[in-house]
Structures are given as C-alpha cells and as structure tokens.
Write a protein that binds this ligand. Structure first.
Ligand SMILES: *Cc1c(COP(=O)(O)O)cnc(C)c1O
Length: 479
C-alpha cells in the first residue's frame, strides 16, 4: 500500500515514511492510494487487538507481521482499564454508547496516541533512522496529554505541545503540567486553538527552521490527526463496535460522532469505504457549527468568531481532516490544492454539496446541559459534554434504526459542566467536583485521576506565537 499527498501526485510514501513524516512536503496530508473492499463478517469473533492486527496488516504493508504484533500488544494492554478497550453501554434497544475513554488520559485520543509512538518506533527501525524526532502538536485539550502520555520517556523523541492559554479546562491543563518525563512539555500559547494549529503548521514548513534542526540531527513531525498513523488506529473501534452492536452482519448501523478536527468521523467514513455496513455517518457539532453548515450547504466559511463552549475539544473552525474527506470524494489533487489555498487566504471555499455524504446537526450550550440531565434522569447514565452534543444531535435528526453514539471523553474530565447540568451545588475546586461526581457515578475513581492529584504540577509555560521557536530550543536544550 502506497500513500499519496492530498495535494499532488508528486509525493509517494510507504506507510512507515508517511507515519514518520506526519505531513507531506507540499503541505498536503498522506492518504492511502486505495481502500481494500472487505467482508468484515469473518472478523466477528476477533478481539480488539486481533482486529487491530488485521487492519494494520492491510495498510502497513512495509511493517512485518511481528512488528505489527509488537505495536498492538504494547498499545492495547493494561494501559486501558478494561480488556475490551472500547466497551459499549446500551441506553436502550436501539442506542449504544461506545466508550472511548478507558485509556490513560480519559479521552478518545488515547486509542490512537497510545499506538502512534509504537508505530513510530517500528517505522524508525524500518527506515533505519537514528536521528531524534521532534514532535509538534497543537491541542484543544485532549491531544496534548494523550501525546505526552504516549511518548513519555521514549528515547529519541521530544514532544512539544501547544494549547490555547485559557482555552482548556483546569483538569486538562493540570494533566499536561503533571508529567514525570523531561522529553515532553506543554506550552500555553496566546490565542485560540486555530492559532496554535496555524503556528505549528507554519513551523513545520519553515525551511530555515528545518535546516537548523537538521544540523543537530533532529527531524520534525506531528502527532496531530494530520498523521495517518493517528487515523488507522481509530478505524479499529468502528469495526469492533459494528460487529458487537448488530444482530447479524449486514444490518445497518448509524454512527454519531462529536467532531472537531474531523479525524474521528473520517475513520468511520474510511471504514464504510472498505465495506463496513455503516448506515448514516452523522457529524455532531457544538455551537461552532462551521462543519454542520458546510455539510448542509457546501460553503465552508471559517470567517467567524470561535466561541468557547463546554465541549472545548470541538472548538475548532479549521478542521484539518476535511481535506482528506474531500480528497476521498473527488480524488482530485489539483482541486483540493485550490480549495485549501482558498481556505488559507480567504478563510472560505465552496464545494459541490451534492457530493457530501455525511449527515450533521448541532447542539446549543443549553441543549448540551439539558441532554446531560435528561440522559441521567432517563437512563441513570452520565455523559460528558462532548458526548452530550452527539446524543442531542442524534435526537434532533430524522435518524432511524440502531445507532452508535461515539463517546469521546469521561464525564470526570468535565465535572463542573456535568454537575451544573444535573443542577447540583458543588465546590469551586475541581477535586471537590470530581469527588462529588464520583458519588453520583458510584464507581471507583479512575487511576489516572488519582495520579493527577498525587503529582505536583509544574508552572505554566506561557508564550506568544512569536516565541514558539525559542520554546522549542529550550526543550531541546533540556534533553
Ligand atoms: C478531539 C476530541 C473530539 C474531536 O475529534 P476530532 O477527531 O478532532 O473530530 C471530540 N471530543 C473529544 C473529547 C476530543 O478529545
């Protein structure tokens, strides 16, 4: 299997090359040259790990079977708090919630970011690379800690994470500031997530910066979902969940995905492309509803104010993986290149809406609060605000039949929003809030939360976008 850039046919890469590069040299994203069509019914009895192995074997064709086995064994083990890795919780006969937050950082990013560093290690062996890697990552909250956790203590890898100052929750910031490894560090950058992502992307294409790193035998790459090594692991749970959810193979199943950078929902769309019998793939948006408007009208217009919501991981206007989706629909690199240029210079572009095959709807902040309360009252189940966006969106569309709600974060990560939705009085500190939420949930506190409280956080590393290079220098110097 070869990988091409979305923006030109000039860059062909093997899987290991694409994973190590993160982004194509022309600024495009690597995509597989084709999607094998499969009857997945033969995988019905397979465990999560076995499905991961089979899927990776199809796409990582320059990895040996033992290399793939090593990756899967290391990535999906006791680092998750359940052997199922992504358990299902049924709300009613037609609605299953797919819990993607049983990993070390309590959010769905772990499914990919516990795996990416291991893919990286094997890819370095395949490519016989001895140089160190600097991994730059922009985060709206969850990717940062997930990348830090995955790469923590990994020899030969330095991770610099950039999150919007005051744009992530107290809990998320504390997660990023409590790390026991010197090779990973988080920076609070002035601006919003899109600003962070833009700075990181610009730096990754800055020729003189790259040359200076090269002199010191350091290569640059990304752990954001622009890396194809993030998307493949995310396809695994759709296959696994489909096979667990339907009565018989071939039955339709709709999936509802709370979306930001569109990596998660794209993984579902890729599975459908391979023949997984998914019915509707439904994008759920919060009040930053640029994606919902795009899917409804074909006009992508990012020229608007980014609103701060209670689902911060979805507070994004420029969704990186939209580029891959549009490429999947058209296969036309020149056209994609033009659209992405227009998005960069004018903040907008238009696309033939009749080609767009994802459904969508969105939830206001009020609807998020009401949904958390309603689902708790009706089903005794507590949703985090991102998942609540999905549950509301599903109910607000004319979807019929069985559906899978993709749950992207543990409610513990957003205790304050959850408690106020449940109309509870609660203390001001997040520890008190979490303990109160624990009483409601009646389950033991997840281990990562206990660890969070037993470690002393470092001081915040605050910076302006112009200081990004200096910050990276400091990180390199410290290692
Ligand atoms: C990252 C994230 C999302 C958005 O996922 P994308 O793949 O960027 O669309 C949704 N919810 C949570 C909790 C997340 O961490």
């Amino acid at each position: 299997m070869r990988y091409f850039s979305t923006r030109s046919k000039n860059y062909i890469a093997t899987a290991s090359e694409a994973i190590l590069a993160g982004i194509a040299p022309d600024g495009g994203l690597f995509v597989p040259e084709s999607f094998p069509r499969l009857d997945f019914s033969a995988w019905s009895r397979n465990s999560y790990r076995e499905i991961a192995e089979k899927l990776f074997a199809l796409f990582l064709t320059d990895f040996s079977p033992t290399a793939i086995q090593r990756v899967v064994e290391k990535s999906y083990a006791a680092n998750f708090d359940t052997p199922e890795i992504t358990p299902l919780h049924w709300l009613d006969d037609n609605t299953a919630v797919l819990e993607l937050w049983h990993g070390p950082t309590l959010a769905f990013k772990d499914l990919a970011l516990q795996c990416l560093p291991n893919l990286f290690d094997e890819a370095k062996i395949i490519q016989q690379i001895e140089e160190r890697f600097l991994i730059l990552t922009a985060t709206s909250g969850d990717t940062g800690k997930a990348a830090m956790s995955g790469f923590s203590g990994k020899d030969g890898s330095l991770v610099a994470v950039f999150y919007p100052n005051n744009g992530v929750s107290t809990f998320q910031e504390r997660q990023m500031l409590t790390t026991t490894s010197t090779n990973v560090r988080a920076f609070a950058m002035e601006g919003n997530f899109d600003d962070c992502q833009r700075s990181v992307k610009a730096l990754m294409q800055d020729v003189s910066f790259l040359a200076r790193l090269k002199e010191r035998s350091i290569r640059l790459t990304s752990a954001n979902s622009i890396n194809i090594g993030r998307l493949l692991p995310q396809m695994v749970y759709y296959i696994y969940a489909y096979l667990q959810t339907v009565d018989k193979y071939g039955d339709p199943l709709s999936v509802v995905v709370p979306s930001g950078n569109v990596g998660n929902i794209l993984a579902a769309r890729y599975c459908k492309e391979m023949g997984l019998p998914l019915d509707r793939i439904h994008l759920a948006a919060n009040s930053n509803k640029v994606l919902h408007e795009f899917l409804s009208t074909g006009i992508y217009d990012a020229n608007r104010e980014l609103l701060k919501t209670t689902s911060p991981s979805m507070d994004i206007l420029i969704a990186s993986n939209m580029e891959r989706y549009l490429h999947l629909l058209t296969g036309d690199c020149t056209y994609i290149n033009d659209l992405m240029k227009a998005l960069k210079t004018d903040g907008c572009f238009s696309f033939d809406a009749s080609l767009l095959d994802l459904y969508s709807s969105w939830a206001t902040e009020d609807q998020v609060f009401t949904t958390i309360r309603r689902v708790y009252v009706d089903y005794g189940y507590v949703l985090d605000p991102h998942t609540a966006v999905a549950v509301f969106s599903a109910s607000d569309s004319n979807m019929s039949g069985r559906r899978l709600i993709v749950s992207t974060a543990s409610p513990y990560k957003f205790a304050e929003t959850v408690l106020s939705s449940l109309r509870q009085d609660f203390p001001a500190d997040d520890k008190g809030q979490i303990l109160q939420l624990q009483k409601i949930l009646g389950t033991p506190l997840p281990r990562p939360i206990e660890e969070l409280w037993s470690n002393q956080p470092e001081d915040k590393h605050y910076l302006l976008p112009a200081q990004i290079e200096a910050a990276i220098e400091e990180l390199i110097g410290a290692n």
